[in-house]
Ligand binder design. Structure first.
Ligand SMILES: C[S@@+](CC[C@H](N)C(=O)[O-])C[C@H]1O[C@@H](n2cnc3c(N)ncnc32)[C@H](O)[C@@H]1O
Length: 314
């Protein structure tokens, strides 16, 4: 575990990044990069024995209309930054295609986090985060998982804190439908909670949840998907939601990691083509942002060669 300085040094913001941004400003090149990025992920999935097409085909056989109606907050309006192309999907996170592929994509993307291809890279990444959480926050009773997607991070929180009441929040009702359906399978029987996680279709910056109602608010791989203004609005909302002494924790790409500075321009192009707010995320000084909304100085720890965990107390 490596403790990091809190101010960001964004190496991937250099000249290579500037050229990559110019390349991606041409729609035809951006579309080409998105297609390449997806192909690379599908190939990587096959390399680690994940049946991408089979997984998607199986999810496609279900009638999701009841799940969708159960999790959807009627009339919810989406922030502008959210209704854009993400991860190579024209409709971003607002589609069944994205919802069915996000789990296998996570296995593929995280298989190289520790260098050599490893089928357990995703599990290892989540475990490395939870080791840090456990050392700071041994027994939270109420937990909120921001940007819970299809529930992988929510299930990890529930398994690591079986006694806690866990709420997963996301803006995509498609992702939440899959989360609700998959939760029983994701949470093994020995750690089955008294009540399973619940799901909330809302923006993390305007949850509508009561003041001071959580002991831990977690954001696992959420913040790199946000423009700066939204990230700060979310930190402000988190501060409101936490009980005094409660913890905010986040795990995401580490801008200080040499992996990004040394990334081949071709790979950086593919990465940036699927992540519209990466530059803003890399530039944001989270320590300063957390301080500005009222948190105590955070602990920042490198939990993988290219990820960091930030823990801050209200
Ligand atoms: C990379 S995914 C998170 C992955 C997930 N936590 C996991 O561990 O697999 C980011 C998620 O954040 C959600 N999201 C983005 N902006 C959001 C916002 N403002 N409020 C709530 N959810 C948001 C997206 O819909 C997406 O599901």
């Amino acid at each position: 575990m490596i403790f990091l300085s809190s101010s960001p040094t964004p190496p991937a913001m250099g000249f290579t990044s500037f050229i990559v941004n110019r390349i991606l400003s041409f729609p035809s090149l951006a579309n080409w990069a998105k297609t390449q990025a997806k192909q690379m992920m599908i190939q990587r999935a096959h390399q680690i024995g994940v049946d991408w097409l089979g997984h998607v085909a199986l999810l496609n056989t279900r009638d999701w209309s009841l799940d969708l109606s159960q999790v959807t907050t009627p009339g919810l309006s989406y922030p502008d930054y959210y209704v854009t192309s993400f991860h190579g999907y024209a409709d971003g996170n607002l589609s069944w295609e994205a919802a069915f592929e996000v789990e296998v994509a996570a296995y593929a993307v995280h298989s190289r986090v520790w260098g050599a291809v490893d089928a357990h890279g995703d599990a290892r990444l989540r475990q490395s985060y939870h080791q840090i959480l456990q050392s700071h926050i041994p027994s939270p009773l109420k937990i909120l998982d921001l940007g819970c997607s299809v529930g992988m991070s929510t299930a990890a929180l529930q398994v690591n804190y079986p006694g806690a009441e866990v709420v997963g929040i996301d803006l995509s009702p498609y992702f939440l439908s899959v989360a609700q359906h998959q939760a029983p399978a994701r949470i093994p029987v020995p750690s089955h909670p008294v009540s399973p996680p619940t799901w909330l279709h809302a923006a993390a910056e305007a949850t509508g949840l009561p003041d001071q109602s959580f002991d831990l608010v977690s954001g696992f791989l959420l913040f790199h998907e946000l423009p700066e203004e939204a990230a700060i609005a979310i930190l402000r909302e988190v501060h409101r939601l936490l009980r005094p002494g409660g913890y905010f924790a986040m795990m995401d790409m580490n801008p200080q990691s040499p992996v990004y500075a040394q990334m081949k321009p071709y790979i950086l192009t593919l990465l940036k083509s699927t992540e519209p707010y990466l530059d803003e995320y890399f530039k944001l000084d989270f320590s300063q942002a957390l301080h500005s909304v009222g948190f105590q100085p955070p602990t920042v720890v490198g939990n993988s060669p290219r990820h960091r965990t930030i823990v801050a107390r209200r």
